[in-house]
Write a protein that binds this ligand. Structure first.
Ligand SMILES: Cc1cc2nc3c(=O)[nH]c(=O)nc-3n(C[C@H](O)[C@H](O)[C@H](O)COP(=O)(O)OP(=O)(O)OC[C@H]3O[C@@H](n4cnc5c(N)ncnc54)[C@H](O)[C@@H]3O)c2cc1C
Length: 386
């Protein structure tokens, strides 16, 4: 099938066909702005959006993140019905295990906040954690926090769902269209891609870990940076694990998908670099095998069938970068989503579209603005895994 030619112009060009770019395109089109083009360097889901763990949680340390995620989970729960696509969503909860008293004190504060927002998280003993997941060896832990309404999804169908619905409404999506230059022509941008050029009054940089490179095309330096995160999948097992299980101090996490595989990762810190490394390593397999079998000894016999890596898109305070870039009218940012952008995308994209249309804004445009790094007006989100 011949690829759709690029339109000569659009109202909004979105750079990046990950979950952010596609969800913004869908929300704009749903609100009536259909002259929207998404340009993606390779294929949809090639970035972090196609490589992640699919976890959706409401256990956060700032009220804005808790409330955003309550709304995002509601959008995700309605997604399959609305888009006519199975997203394999399972609301089995998130069980965070912790080792130290310091972590426990911090988590207790967060739970008070989450409960005030209506999220039913509770601090439980290691024995109570074992009552939820009997296979756990909880000897090394002081406590756990458990919210039964957190969830896991299969990420890919979200991209197909957003892409299909946006296209039906009139937006266009162009793969193999890497953006190589962005020039100003009056108040417009001329976006040059591997498949031709598009002129648009507004451009959204939703290129995830690649967003600093895209920003440099307009002479803008962004403070976010990429970090490789590895992940694996086992053979399918008989269903036994309801919640996503995670260890706060090590960044270990894994869940059982509706298809039976255990899918999870662990944080391995590497020196900071601008390179986007997506190779898989034995060092990860070793760390993951050790951590998983320590936590759940019966997993020693389980076969790993696949391992891969994806790029986290990190910022120094753990929050994203959104809104119009200072001094660059019409150039918008939607990046720096750390290791939690998948779960945030449905709700962030909803408000992003309203903001672009000038109909409504959300406090995150103030809190997550680029200028906060220069002024030091940052608020650290502490529930960052990885
Ligand atoms: C291993 C791993 C596990 C994770 N687990 C979770 C989780 O459990 N829950 C959660 O919420 N989040 C998780 N995340 C984070 C989540 O995947 C990301 O935050 C989210 O997918 C970011 O979406 P995005 O659209 O901003 O970026 P991406 O999905 O990376 O999309 C950016 C796109 O831009 C394209 N692009 C780059 N340069 C150009 C260019 N020059 N021109 C055109 N296009 C370009 C890329 O090809 C890419 O497709 C995880 C991430 C990883 C790596």
């Amino acid at each position: 099938m011949a690829a759709l030619p690029l339109p000569p112009s659009a109202d909004v060009v979105i750079i990046g066909g990950g979950v952010m770019g596609l969800a913004i395109a869908y929300n704009l089109a749903r609100l009536g702005l259909t002259r929207v083009a998404v340009v993606e360097a390779t294929y949809l889901a090639s970035g972090a959006s196609g490589r992640n763990g699919g976890g959706l949680r409401q256990q956060w340390s700032t009220e804005m993140n808790v409330r955003l995620m309550q709304e995002s989970i509601a959008i995700c729960a309605a997604f399959a019905q609305e888009m006519g696509i199975n997203v394999w969503m399972r609301q089995g909860g998130y069980l965070f295990l912790m080792r130290t008293e310091a972590t426990r004190a911090e988590v207790e504060r967060n739970i008070t906040l989450q409960n005030r927002c209506g999220v039913p998280t509770r601090l439980i003993s290691p024995e109570d954690a074992r009552a939820i997941v009997p296979e756990l060896d909880v000897d090394r832990f002081t406590a756990a926090s458990y919210n039964p309404t957190d969830a896991v999804v299969f990420p890919w169908p979200f991209l197909w769902g957003y892409a299909g619905a946006a296209t039906k409404l009139g937006a266009t999506i162009h793969t193999d269209a890497a953006v190589t230059a962005i020039d100003r022509h009056g108040s417009d941008f001329v976006v040059t891609t591997a498949r031709g050029t598009i002129t648009a009054g507004r451009v959204v940089n939703a290129a995830g870990a690649w967003s600093p490179r895209v920003a440099r095309l307009v002479g803008l330096e962004l403070p976010n940076w990429p970090a490789r995160h590895e992940i694996l999948s086992t053979e399918p097992l008989k269903p036994f694990l309801n919640p996503m299980v995670s260890v706060l101090e090590s960044g270990l996490y894994f869940s059982q998908s509706l298809r039976g595989e255990l899918v999870g990762g662990i944080t391995l810190h590497e020196p900071r670099t601008d390179d986007i490394k997506l190779g898989s390593r034995l060092a990860f397999l070793r760390a993951m095998a050790t951590a998983m079998t320590e936590l759940m000894p019966r997993l020693g016999d389980v076969k790993v069938v696949r391992q891969w890596a994806g790029p986290y898109d990190l910022t120094s305070d753990g929050s994203p970068i959104v809104g119009e870039a200072p001094g660059l009218p019409g150039f918008f940012l939607c990046c720096g989503f750390m290791g939690h952008g998948f779960m945030m995308a449905p709700v962030v994209a909803k408000y992003y579209a309203l903001h672009l249309l000038g109909r409504q804004t959300h406090p995150f445009f103030e809190k997550w603005r680029l200028a906060r790094f220069a002024t030091g007006a940052t608020e650290r989100e502490s529930m960052i895994i990885g």
